[in-house]
Design a protein around this ligand. Structure first.
Ligand code: GLA
Length: 388
């Protein structure tokens, strides 16, 4: 994608490619999850925040029914037609864009009589790092189309549409945390999501007031949720709920664990125990951050990581090393973030220690002969909006 993207540079790139100015530029952020992993598709609690790294979509209406997408990184544009949107025809990254239009149609948006778009994308959300680069594309495009076609869809509608694009067009059986964080994020705030209640409440995090920073350690171990372990974990959770006689794991709490231990095989029990205890940790984190401030949430982050490593088994050695090294060098708390099997870890620490901790992590990876991670600071930022 283009060098240092911004709304203006994305609009200029659009003009270079298409020979006219775009109608506007919209953007949506990636996210990190502070706590609450693999709880979203179990109707549970999640506490992510939107980050300052975003995807920009410069968009201009066409006069015919075509959709054209360029991104600086791709030599060839991708094209589709509003007359025949079919996920089987979508290829690679363009599925995130065309998938949104397909999902809108599935959700009852009438495409008859509408005209298509030219789109230019630019992003500084790292790809495949577990920071929701895909949701950032979906939410930027959905926001643009909602405005351009004057659909009047609510943010809640857009969450549903973008999740459907991810599930039905990209083929990743995810929950809706990423899209909710990207659409509902607010600077300085976490987004406390209750998936069952369909609420997403901004909660002040006070990181800057407390001179804290949140470090992201991208291990560069890549993962895909459309294949592999993510779907297997989801199926274990569904099996656990079924065997426990409930509609979803949200219907269980810590008091149900002894019965779960009797009813379930050891592996399914540990998957279920992760989800039950993780929901409790999310609720507790939101309480503690409000009552005692962000310095008091470290143990909850650490317990979340241990549960993902030991019970849910979605960590990898690189994530464990990042977390252990951050903690050994004075981080208040650290955990892997996102779906697992690679991607990024986060560490909450005093701002003046960020450089030292980052250096210690680089040194630990070098000593273990692992690929050098990419380490950077993120802060809670605003969700999707129109920039120009
Ligand atoms: C990925 C998915 C989310 C969520 C997390 C795990 O990021 O996209 O829906 O399930 O994994 O918490």
């Amino acid at each position: 994608m283009i060098d240092i993207p911004s709304p203006e540079s994305t609009a200029d790139a659009f003009a270079d490619r298409y020979g006219r100015r775009p109608d506007g530029v919209w953007s949506a952020p990636g996210r990190v999850n502070l706590i609450g992993e693999h709880t979203d598709y179990n109707d549970g609690l999640v506490f992510p925040f939107a980050i300052e790294r975003r995807t920009w979509a410069a968009v201009g209406r066409r006069e015919d029914r075509l959709l054209t997408v360029h991104s600086g990184a791709m030599p060839e544009p991708a094209q589709a037609s509003l007359d025949s949107l079919n996920p089987e025809d979508f290829d690679g990254w363009s599925a995130y864009v065309f998938g949104v239009l397909w999902a809108m149609e599935q959700r009852g948006v009438d495409l008859a009589g509408r005209t298509g778009f030219d789109v230019m994308l630019a992003s500084d959300v790292p790809l495949g790092a577990g920071l929701s680069s895909s949701a950032a594309i979906e939410c930027a495009v959905a926001s643009a189309v909602n405005d351009e076609w004057e659909l009047g869809l609510s943010r809640r509608d857009l969450i549903t549409i973008c999740q459907l694009a991810e599930n039905g067009a990209v083929g990743a059986p995810t929950g809706n945390m990423d899209q909710t964080a990207s659409l509902m994020g607010k600077a300085g705030h976490g987004v406390l999501i209750d998936v069952r209640a369909e609420t997403a409440e901004p909660v002040p995090l006070h990181f800057a007031d407390e001179h804290l920073e949140l470090l992201v350690i991208d291990t560069r171990v890549h993962h895909e949720h459309a294949t592999g372990g993510y779907g297997a974990r989801r199926r274990s959770c569904e099996l656990g709920a079924q065997l426990m006689g409930v509609g979803s794991l949200r219907d269980l709490d810590e008091a149900d664990l002894p019965r779960a231990a009797e009813v379930l095989d050891d592996e399914t029990f540990r998957r279920v125990r992760h989800v039950i205890t993780e929901n409790a940790r999310v609720a507790r984190t939101a309480q503690v951050v409000a009552a005692d401030g962000p310095r008091a949430i470290g143990d909850l982050l650490v317990a979340s990581h241990a549960s993902m490593r030991d019970d849910f088994e979605i960590s990898v050695p690189e994530l464990d090393l990042a977390v252990e090294t951050a903690l050994a060098n004075g981080a208040i708390g650290a955990r892997m973030t996102g779906g697992g099997f690679g991607g990024a870890a986060i560490a909450l620490l005093d701002a003046d220690r960020a450089e030292e901790v980052g250096g210690a992590i680089q040194a630990a990876f070098a000593a273990a002969e692992l690929t050098a991670p990419i380490v950077f600071v993120v802060s809670p930022s605003d969700g999707a909006h129109r920039d120009l």
